[in-house]
Design a binder for this molecule. Structure first.
Ligand code: SF4
Length: 250
């Protein structure tokens, strides 16, 4: 099973180099298996407006693929992490051959604390990817020269030092039950992504912080901390009334 989905290389405005992103999309929340892939989803009420339904996620075969990956992760964790390591290695080598900078996003549609997901690289995969077999604290430590990034709804992830090659953007929701998480993220001066219903709903400042546009690219790690990154609602999110999406319904 191929675990990573490749997003076309994007060039940031004003930059000559391009990026290619390898994204792991697993079924979110409790859609697959017993494990909740998004522990804050109920507090944030985001499972109802999850980007899981946006774009290609609308198609049933895509959803089935994401369910298979989530079940693989839950039922054969070590096998999954080894195959993921092999996929990342292939993706990174290909990107570099094409002269683009590889980025890896492991929580395309999940919220797993990958910085705490240690695993043992087995001999077979280690040989294939030319690394040393043995225990690694997380996937980022196996690929120290590759940039990883994610969005998260779990503010507690900012309490501990993250791997230096792992960039996290906190994801906002205005739901009452999620307020403490937002306050916690603000205390850490995290970069916060906010989904607005329409372009016209985007203010110059939000939560007292400067707002920057984030829909041109998904390249967050080069953006400053302590800012609000404005995204526009997609899929079922357009109709969301939970508080996850900011802006009045038309
Ligand atoms: S945490 Fe993210 S991936 Fe999970 S349900 Fe919420 S929006 Fe979807």
């Amino acid at each position: 099973m191929t675990l990573l989905t490749t997003q076309n290389a994007k060039t940031i405005k004003g930059e000559k180099f391009g990026f290619a992103t390898g994204i792991l999309y697993m079924a979110p929340y409790t859609i697959a298996g017993k494990f909740n892939m998004c522990p804050m989803a109920e507090k944030a009420q985001c499972h109802k407006a999850c980007l899981y339904t946006a774009g290609r996620g609308k198609f049933n075969n895509v959803q089935q693929g994401r369910i298979r990956k989530a079940l693989y992760f839950q039922n054969d964790y070590e096998g999954f992490m080894n195959e993921l390591a092999s996929d990342i290695n292939r993706f990174v080598n290909r990107a570099r051959k094409e002269n683009v900078i590889p980025l890896i996003r492991l929580n395309g549609t999940s919220d797993v604390l990958f910085e705490r997901k240690g695993f043992t690289l087995n001999e077979k995969i280690a040989k294939r990817i030319k690394k040393t077999a043995g225990y690694y604290e997380n996937m980022m430590s196996l690929f120290p020269d590759v940039q990883f990034y994610d969005y998260t709804k779990i503010a507690g992830r900012f309490d501990k030092q993250l791997p230096s090659n792992y960039d996290l953007t906190f994801s906002y929701s205005g739901v009452e039950t999620y307020k403490k998480q937002v306050e916690h993220a603000l205390k850490h001066n995290a970069r916060i992504a906010v989904v607005f219903r329409n372009e016209k709903d985007i203010p110059a400042e939000f939560l007292g912080k400067k707002v920057i546009g984030g829909d041109d690219t998904d390249i967050r790690h080069i953006e400053p901390q302590n800012t609000i990154v404005a995204l526009i609602a997609k899929g079922d999110g357009k109709k969301d009334t939970s508080g996850f999406v900011v802006g009045e319904l038309a």
